[in-house]
Design a protein around this ligand. Structure first.
Ligand code: CA
Length: 223
């Protein structure tokens, strides 16, 4: 039962290149009470810009990884054109760079694609009500960013022990990515990722991903 129908800000622009996710968002919007004709779809930055040139939108759900560029550019453009428009990023990207860039560009909220429909729906509702929903995972990262890193109890300069690449990989391990996903995200072979992880284990004197992450955290290596 659509509760918001009479007050639903429309139209909604969905900028997403993956058909399955488009379908998913279309279903979520329908459940919120949106009629088909109130939802516009764009599969690229170019399509989104063409759409916006024809009519302003009240809400945009924006993916970041688009075939012709980054959704962040679109967010920038939309925010400059309309300080009030709701812009919710729905992205698979959970790296600090992506998140902070999107929020700086003017995104109203940020939710990860891996969340279930209910969570995505709640985030959309939150934006519609003037909120700024931030995925709990991201909120934790931001909070950690604002708090000083725990001092190394041994006085060991542990940060210098890990190479930049190793630290980067360990952060992705901490985010729960598999070796395959890390390899994909960093454009490395899976074998290379496994080698780096072995080195990380050795340097931190651990033998599991969980221990590597907790040890690195306790030494302030993961922020
Ligand atoms: Ca994409």
């Amino acid at each position: 039962m659509p509760l918001l129908e009479s007050t639903l800000p429309a139209p909604v622009l969905v900028v997403e290149d993956e058909p399955l996710i488009r379908q998913r968002l279309s279903t979520v919007l329908a459940q919120l009470g949106y009629q088909d004709d109130a939802v516009l779809f764009a599969a690229s930055l170019a399509q989104a810009r063409a759409c916006l040139a024809e009519q302003p939108v009240a809400l945009a759900l924006v993916d970041l990884g688009l075939p012709d560029g980054s959704g962040i550019d679109l967010i920038n453009q939309m925010r400059q054109a309309d300080p009030a428009v709701g812009i919710l990023v729905i992205s698979a990207w959970s790296t600090e760079d992506a998140i902070l860039a999107a929020l700086r560009a003017g995104a109203t909220g940020y939710v990860l694609k891996e969340r279930d429909d209910l969570e995505v729906s709640l985030s959309i509702r939150s934006v519609l009500r003037g909120g700024a929903p931030i995925d709990p995972f991201i909120a934790r990262r931001v909070i950690a960013e604002l708090q000083p890193a725990a001092a190394s109890p041994t006085g060991l300069d542990a940060e210098s022990m890990l190479s930049a690449r190793e630290s980067q990989i360990l952060r992705l391990v901490a985010e729960g990515l598999t070796n395959r996903e890390i390899a994909e995200q960093l454009h490395l072979s899976r074998y290379t990722v496994e080698c780096h992880i072995k080195h990380i284990y050795r340097k931190l004197s651990v033998s599991s991903r969980t221990r590597a992450v907790s040890t690195a955290r306790s030494r302030g290596l993961l922020g």
